[in-house]
Every structure is written in structure tokens, then in C-alpha cells.
Design a protein around this ligand. Structure first.
Ligand code: MG
Length: 378
């Protein structure tokens, strides 16, 4: 049953360009479908989550990460009586603006664009759905509902950029549907990054057993099933950790919603703090887990090496295109003469997959970057 604080289609602030209603697909359902059919969405398949896309064929890419986020978000949304279709649309859109090479690529692009205003992936996601996708005869972008765009604006770390600030006037929080996706995103990457780290042999069982969330889950698994081979133990533990955090989130969020006495979306948006949380008892456990991820995975020598290579490629490509925009495909070269050149170059680069960036870089610099194995870890 829908909750009183659910974001309904009737209450939507709608699309920027008016469109007739579809005979049988709802507003948010169409949003979801538009995102799914966008080129930027398909490109997520070859973009880095943490480990370079192409390193092997079974670790997460931005696309599979996005699908996991959508799945967990929908489960939570349904339990809380929220709008599942809106939640799914927000989840599918949440990483559209990511450049190649994950956070290293993002930081590199931000540095390249400092004088032009910088770069941040949520802001870029907004540019993609409002401007960069070209799919419709009469407007740029995907013409999504306000609520999906608002979710991107709210998670942007550049709240004062005019294109982002527009969505934050007079409100302190986005919809609960957007809050669910943000919270689910963290739960999902915290768990799958450990799984991928095992897959890449960056960490060992003896490392993770020091974590309370891990050891609790492993203890109850062993109690029920006895000793398990690592291949079954790791996914089983991670599934339990994810389930525990999901349940904690549901319980804590229900309590917070009740305490805040919110009875409408407007009241949700006027809250000082987000209402979707995992609760204070989970905080130290999650903190411990994340510190481990930072120390042992994100700052692992092999991961840093991939990040450094990504940074070098983004910077090299940016300088080459910015000094000679005609090196870009015609469409982007033309944009470089209409927009500030650096922004047009940034848009082209941000849209690239890891693979395309590596190929372009090796062609431009005739280096061995392609054969200079990206998969140093395999
Ligand atoms: Mg994400």
C-alpha cells in the first residue's frame, strides 16, 4: 500500500517540455524507459566502478553496479510504500554522469575543467538528461520528470552551480525515493567492492575476518552449514551483510519517519536530515567496513596504479582535444566552437567508456597503452 509520503505521478512537477500523456505508460515508467534507452546508459557497461572495465569479465562495471542499486532500491521502496517506478528511474539514472576510470577519471576531469567551472558526476548526469542526449525531435535531453532530475541535483557536490541550484530552491531534502537510492547505493558498493576485491585477489579471508559485520555473518553461516569453501562463503557472507543492512535501514527509516511525523512529500522535503538511514547502532560497523575498503581496496597498489593510468589518459586526451578540437568527432568539434571549448571537450571525454579512452589515447600518442596491459591484475 502506498504511504502518505509517497511521490505520486499526480503530484509530479512534470517535464520541462509539455508532452501528451501516454495511453498506457505512466510518467515515471516512461522516465525509466527513456533512461534505459539512452546512449549514456549503455556506455555504463564499459565504465569503471572501482576496477577498470575490461580487467576481467565478472567484476562490477558501472552498469552492473547500477542494476544492483536498482534492485535493492526497489525492494526497500516497496517495503516503505514508496513509488517503485520512480525509485527505479532514479536508480538507473544515478551514475549516468560518471566519466571513464571511476573517481580517478572524475577528479582528473575536474582538475582539467577548474577554470571552466569544474566537473562532478551528478551535475554531469543532469547535463546528460537535460541537454546532451539527442533522441527527440523537439527537445534536447530526455525530458524527464522534475523528480528524477531533482534526485541528481540533490546528490551533486556542486550545489551552487546554477543548473543544480535550480532544483534545491526552498527545499532541504529530495523525495524519499531519491533518499532510498542514495542509501542503497552505499550498501551495494560497500558489499560488492569486497566481492570484487576477492575476485581480484586483493584481499584474503584473514583480512576481512577482523570486521564485525563479516565475522557476525560468518559465525551464523558456520553455525548453520558448517565450514564452507571460500567460493561459497564470500558471496554468502556478503549476501547476509547486505540483508542485515537492508533490514536495519527499513527499521531505522520507519522509526525516523514516525518520529518526524511526516505526512506528505512536502514535509519530507523540509526535514533538516535525511529520513532514510541505517540507524546509529550500524554506524560503527559500517565505519569499520569502509575504513577497511579504503585502506585495503581503494588504496591497494594495483587499484592506485589503474587510477593513475586513468588520470594520465584523461589529462592527456583533454589537453590534446582542448588545444586542437578538430581532433574530436565532428559533432563534438562543432560544439567546441559553440560552447566554451573546455566544456565541450569535457562532455566528449565524460561520455567515453574506459575502452574508447584507452584506444583514443594510444592513437593520439602512439603509445603502447593498448598493449601495455590494462589488466595488470588478472
Ligand atoms: Mg553508484
Amino acid at each position: 500500500m502506498n504511504a502518505v509520503y509517497v511521490m505520486t505521478e499526480n503530484a509530479s512537477r512534470g517535464r520541462r517540455y509539455a508532452e501528451p500523456a501516454h495511453p498506457y505508460r505512466g510518467l515515471f515508467q516512461r522516465d525509466r524507459d527513456r533512461i534505459l534507452h539512452a546512449a549514456a546508459f549503455r556506455r555504463l557497461t564499459a565504465k569503471t566502478q572501482v576496477l577498470l572495465a575490461g580487467t576481467n569479465d565478472h567484476h562490477r562495471t558501472r552498469l552492473t553496479h547500477t542494476l544492483e542499486v536498482a534492485q535493492v532500491s526497489r525492494t526497500i521502496a516497496r517495503q516503505l510504500g514508496l513509488n517503485e517506478e520512480l525509485t527505479e528511474a532514479i536508480a538507473l539514472a544515478h551514475d549516468l554522469g560518471h566519466p571513464p576510470f571511476g573517481h580517478a577519471g572524475e577528479a582528473a576531469l575536474d582538475a582539467c575543467l577548474t577554470e571552466a567551472g569544474g566537473f562532478e558526476h551528478n551535475w554531469q548526469g543532469l547535463r546528460i538528461v537535460e541537454e546532451l542526449e539527442q533522441r527527440y525531435p523537439r527537445w534536447p535531453g530526455l525530458n524527464l520528470t522534475w523528480e528524477v532530475r531533482e534526485s541528481l541535483a540533490f546528490h551533486s557536490k556542486r550545489p551552487h552551480v546554477p543548473a543544480v541550484a535550480e532544483y534545491r530552491v526552498g527545499i532541504l531534502q529530495p523525495t524519499l525515493e531519491a533518499q532510498v537510492v542514495d542509501a542503497a547505493d552505499s550498501v551495494v558498493y560497500d558489499t560488492h567492492d569486497i566481492d570484487d576485491a576477492f575476485g581480484m585477489k586483493l584481499i584474503r579471508l584473514s583480512d576481512v575476518r577482523a570486521l564485525k559485520l563479516w565475522s557476525d555473518a560468518e559465525a551464523s553461516l558456520v553455525k548453520e552449514y558448517g565450514e564452507l569453501p571460500v567460493s561459497r562463503l564470500v558471496p554468502s557472507v556478503l549476501r547476509m551483510v547486505l540483508a542485515r543492512r537492508e533490514q536495519a535501514m527499513l527499521a531505522a527509516t520507519r522509526e525516523r519517519i514516525q518520529d518526524a511525523r511526516v505526512t506528505s512529500v512536502d514535509e519530507v522535503k523540509q526535514q533538516r536530515d535525511t529520513l532514510v538511514e541505517e540507524g546509529t547502532s550500524m554506524e560503527p560497523l559500517i565505519k569499520e567496513w569502509r575504513q577497511f575498503l579504503h585502506a585495503k581496496v581503494y588504496r591497494h597498489a594495483a587499484v592506485l596504479q589503474m587510477a593513475e593510468r586513468g588520470r594520465k589518459i584523461v589529462q592527456g586526451l583533454f589537453n590534446a582535444y582542448a588545444s586542437e578540437p578538430a581532433r574530436m568527432p565532428a559533432y563534438h568539434a562543432e560544439r567546441a566552437s559553440l560552447l566554451p571549448t573546455k566544456r565541450a571537450v569535457g562532455d566528449y571525454l565524460a561520455g567515453m567508456t574506459d575502452r574508447l579512452a584507452v584506444i583514443e589515447y594510444s592513437q593520439l600518442f602512439q603509445s603502447d597503452e593498448k598493449s601495455d596491459r590494462m589488466e595488470t591484475l588478472s
